[in-house]
Structure formats: C-alpha cells, structure tokens
Design a protein around this ligand. Structure first.
Ligand code: SF4
Length: 360
C-alpha cells in the first residue's frame, strides 16, 4: 500500500525520502515538495540478513531498519534521511550506505541538544540550511521561502488537530486502535491529506466524556505491536494522555511566530515537548509528564520502551520515582518490535488493569 502511494506521489512530481525516527523538520520537507515516509523498524522479524551485522545489544528499531534497507526496502524512494536520534541511528547512516542499503541519497540532520540556548538556535539554523541545500539538490529546485511559510502554517494546523484529539481524548468516540491508526498515517501521508483526515476526526469530539475505561498516561517510544491497544481495551484501560516519541512528543502546541521562516522553524523545533532523544533536561521532562497525568486524570502510567534503547531507558527510574511519590501505579513494558503482543505482556496488562479498576 505504501509503495503504491509513494509511486503515485512521485508520478505527481514529488520526491520521496525514507526517514528514520524520531524528530525531523517535516515543514522543510513539505516546503521542498518531498514526501517523508517514516521507517519505525518495520516491526516483526528482520526482513533481511542485515540485522546480523549489528551487535545483539542494539535495539530492534535499528536492527530491523538496517535489514529492511539492505534488502532493498527503500528502493521506492529517492534517498534516506537519518536524524541524529541516538548513536544507533547515527551509526546506521554510515552502515546502511556501506552495505548497499541506500539506492539514492543519504541525508543527515543533527538536533540542537540541551534546550533553547542562543548556541542551540544558531546550530539549528545552520543544520536546517544545510538540509535545505541537500533537499534542493535532490529536487533540482531551490527553496521558495514563501513555501516554507506555507508549510509552517500547514504543520501548525496538523499539530493543533493532533493536540485537540489527544488532549480531548476522553471526549473522542473512538477506540485507541482507531485513533492511533489515524495518527500514525501522518508518518507517510502527504500532510494536506493527513490534515483532512484529522479534521474529520476532530469534528467528532463530544462536549462531555464518552470513554468508559480507566484513563492511563503512556510514555515511551512507539505504539508497536499494534496489538497492545486492543489488549489495553481488554484490560479496561484507555490512553488518556500520550507521550510516545512517535506520537504525542512530536506535537508542537506553540503557534509559529511570523517573520523569517527559517527562524520561525527553529523556534517551532525548540518548542516541542521534552524528549530524551533531543537531550532535554530530565527534570523538565518529569514536570511535563506530571502535567499530562494531572490534566488527563490518569490513574496509572504505562512506560512502554524498546529494549536496549539508552535514551528512553535512562529516564525510567526517575519516571517511576516521580509517579510513585504521587501514588500513581507504573507498569514498565519493554518491547522488541514484535509483530504480536506476547502472552506475558498481555497478562501483565490485565493484572495492571485489574489493580487500577479496583483502586478507581
Ligand atoms: S529505539 Fe532508542 S536506541 Fe533504538 S533507534 Fe530508537 S532512540 Fe535509538
């Protein structure tokens, strides 16, 4: 399905890039007329023998991505963009090309680390301009600054819709499986098409809560396997607040400033929620999570991380301590991008759900 969609987009005159997790300047790709197709693994067993070239203690996201790329999975696109999310993905940028896994161009993007300091702004600006030059080479056309202004507005509208759906979760007559399928279509749809779908869902928001399960805050990496969501519903829970790196952590709630579009894009990047893959302060992140839990009325916290993921795992003890101090039970699930939820994980979710229901 994605391959056919990419092909149609390219026939319509756009270029396409596979994009590794997590954060990248989507506005810039859109402004250059480039379709970003995100590569979160993909889940399931590695689709090629490239995974065996990485150490066994590297996460499944990097292992599966290398296998997928080396097996020719990205032949439908014009290149691959590697944001500097962690050492594993930075390493892939070199390895994937060396092993013949990138048919087109290899592009990289580094984030400013450690908050909104003047040096971070200058660094982000230089990185954005470098990436824009690489995208101009890919498309054969320089960036029209007016298009970047337009793309900033488009992605701000998308984020406003995503924020409305996530913040109004209790009032949305949709189960988690349907909501997350919709939100994750934004990983590969052309943004204007995604906005139309989000707008239709936003129109469904009811004036009063309609969800009947026990509200839970989730923080973690990516909602895979998809079977997690029906298992949560089966345990009597629903995700009332989201801090997945793939979902809620990429929703920028600040309205873009006017003025020079590159500078506005820098401010938008720096206004994103705290994320360990961008080196944000741990205390700031904990305050953000506590705020999410309080606003959503969450009765428990699910920490859903990838095994061997250093950035995410580093914060887990602090998250557990913060919520233990507030009397909110925490369940930590580690995954490896399995295609199906394991029976053991399902049992732990059931027990967690029962405990929260009894306490409610
Ligand atoms: S799961 Fe963690 S370690 Fe693996 S690629 Fe993502 S951020 Fe890096």
């Amino acid at each position: 399905m994605r391959r056919a969609y990419i092909e149609r987009q390219r026939q319509a005159g756009r270029r396409a890039l596979a994009v590794l997790p997590v954060h990248h300047p989507r506005e810039l790709l859109t402004a250059h007329g480039v379709l970003g197709v995100e590569l979160w693994g993909p889940p399931g067993p590695p689709r090629g023998d490239g995974a065996g070239r990485l150490q066994a203690y590297v996460c499944a996201v990097a292992r599966n991505a290398l296998a997928f790329l080396q097996a020719g999975g990205a032949r439908a696109v014009d290149g691959v963009l590697f944001p500097h999310t962690c050492d594993s993905i930075q390493g892939l940028a070199a390895l994937a090309a060396d092993f013949g896994g990138v048919a087109g161009r290899t592009l990289v993007f580094q984030h400013p680390r450690g908050g909104a300091r003047p040096s971070a702004r200058a660094f982000a600006l230089a990185e954005l301009r470098n990436l824009s030059s690489a995208l101009a080479e890919l498309t054969g056309a320089p960036l029209d600054p007016a298009r970047l202004g337009w793309a900033l507005g488009l992605h701000a509208e998308i984020d406003a819709c995503r924020a409305a759906l996530l913040d109004g979760r209790a009032r949305l007559p949709m189960d988690d499986a349907a909501l997350y399928a919709l939100l994750r279509r934004g990983e590969w749809l052309w943004p204007e098409e995604h906005l139309a779908e989000l707008g239709a869902a936003r129109a469904l928001l009811a004036p009063a809560p309609v969800q009947r399960g026990v509200p839970v805050l989730v923080t973690g990496y990516v909602p895979e396997p998809a079977g997690l969501l029906p298992a949560l519903a089966g345990a009597g829970l629903y995700l009332a607040a989201d801090d997945y790196a793939a979902v809620g952590r990429r929703v920028v709630r600040a309205v873009p400033a006017g003025g020079e579009p590159f500078l506005a894009l820098v401010e938008r990047m720096l206004a994103a929620p705290p994320c360990p893959t961008r080196g944000t302060d741990q205390g700031e992140r904990i305050r953000w999570l506590v705020g999410l839990a309080e606003r959503s009325g969450a009765r428990g916290v699910l920490v859903h991380v990838q095994k061997f993921c250093e950035p995410e795992l580093f914060d887990v003890p602090a998250i557990k301590a913060a919520f233990a101090g507030r009397g909110l039970p925490v369940l930590v699930l580690e995954g490896e991008l399995e295609r199906e939820l394991s029976g053991q994980a399902e049992t732990r979710l059931e027990a967690f759900g029962e405990m929260l229901r009894r306490a409610a």
